[in-house]
Design a protein around this ligand. Sequence first.
Ligand code: IPE
Ligand code: IPE
Ligand code: MG
Length: 245
Amino acid sequence: MSVVDKINKDRLPNHIAIIMDGNGRWAKQRGTQRIFGHRNGVSSVRSAIEASAELGVKFLTLYAFSTENWNRPKIEIDALMGLLINTINTETETLLKNNISLKTIGDSDSLPKAVQKKLNEVIQKTSECNGLTVILALSYSSRWEITNAVKCIMNDFSKGKIKPENIDEDTFSKYLNTSGIPDPELMIRTSGEFRISNFLMWQLAYTELYFTPVLWPDFNKEELYKAIVDFQKRERRFGKISEQL
Ligand code: IPE
Ligand code: IPE
Ligand code: MG
């Protein structure tokens, strides 16, 4: 029985989030430059998107560049931004053909203008697609997102649009970049690191976490299936006891 056959199609996670980590180590193992790892990571992105679309997962969030990643050497940042533009250029048609829409979360104003332009184009072009939604986290960090939400709430408060007594978890969620997107049920991190690295800290409150030693460029459909099978074995209690479920 192959791994995909072990997946219960009736209990698929609606939203999967992935911290795509390990490109640099993958390249280093091969005695090459880090950017070689990032380039090879693109095919893993394609596999994760394809597998999610084929299974019928509705949302796939990919952590592609964190706020903290701006502290990397400029040469690596420039290469990553270039790779992002190239990948959008080559993949837009495939997204459209497969009814996949693209969105971003993060501080898009801080991205280079050329990247912003490309992203806006593809977001606009795929806006009518209603199959899988791919959410790229770019210049994203949870603390930035939450701080930004507080600023927006304060701004609305000063205009008399919101009252403190009306702020609950749902209202607060609407001020996050992920407004309207359900919380992930499954979060995967590759490369054997056991941390969240400022990713979706509000949204992951009850998410099942899956860590694999596989480096991102080696991540393929089979690895995604394995994570889903593992997820489906878990009992999600949300504070209750087993007998209540
Ligand atoms: C993840 O791979 C990609 C980005 C953060 C952009 P890394 O570049 O972090 O790879 P490692 O962790 O150094 O191996
Ligand atoms: C997290 O990976 C960010 C992305 C995958 C985009 P990092 O490699 O930047 O995380 P840390 O710094 O090791 O925690
Ligand atoms: Mg890393």
